[in-house]
Ligand binder design. Sequence first.
Ligand SMILES: [Zn+2]
Length: 232
Amino acid sequence: MAGYREHISVSGLCGAGYGIAATLLFGFTPEQGLLAAILCWMSGMLPDIDSQTGKPVQKIFGILAAIVPMMMMERFREITENREQIILLAICTYTAVRYGLSHILGRLSIHRGMFHSIPALFIAAELVMLVYRSDDLAVKGLMGAAVALGFLSHLLLDELYSVQFTGTRLKLNKAAGSALKFVGKSYYPNIFTYTVLMFLTYVSLVQFGVIEGPEKMPHSFRQAVESLPMRK
Ligand SMILES: [Zn+2]
């Protein structure tokens, strides 16, 4: 399995290329390109978030805990205009991600379970796309795709490291094929992952106007979907 350093180097390179291409070829602003590059870079660490072993994971949670409140700032401002309340909300979010989420994930997951999978890649990308506030759908797409790219670079690298050349023969170690998977070995994590994925995909498609919103849904559900940060 590739190490922490390899992962951030590769996803960093991908992010740099992605950010530059977004700015120079697709007309996004340099700031948007840079932010997308950073998101891609950090997403290269994301799949290892469930690994039990110490330092890199602690780093990931440290970074994630700092970034989530920053990305949610505008959302906090919509909830309240009181500055102290906004700061308190940011502190709560930081603590929840840094300690709460890491504790829950530590208890729930086996390393290289469903976090190293294609559906997890889509979940991460869709989450960022939905949480990121912008009136421009293209910008949301840019950020989501950045996360997907960084995540994919991690899975590909893990997969590459599971192939070893031994002299003339190509040897697959026992981790081969486990990174780029669609389903895991255990039953419940699969169901959970796909339920989350289907829900997020549905909300994303509604908000991008690809499919019709929940017209016939109960009022409260419709309100909940519409209140998600994507709606203008
Ligand atoms: Zn990994």
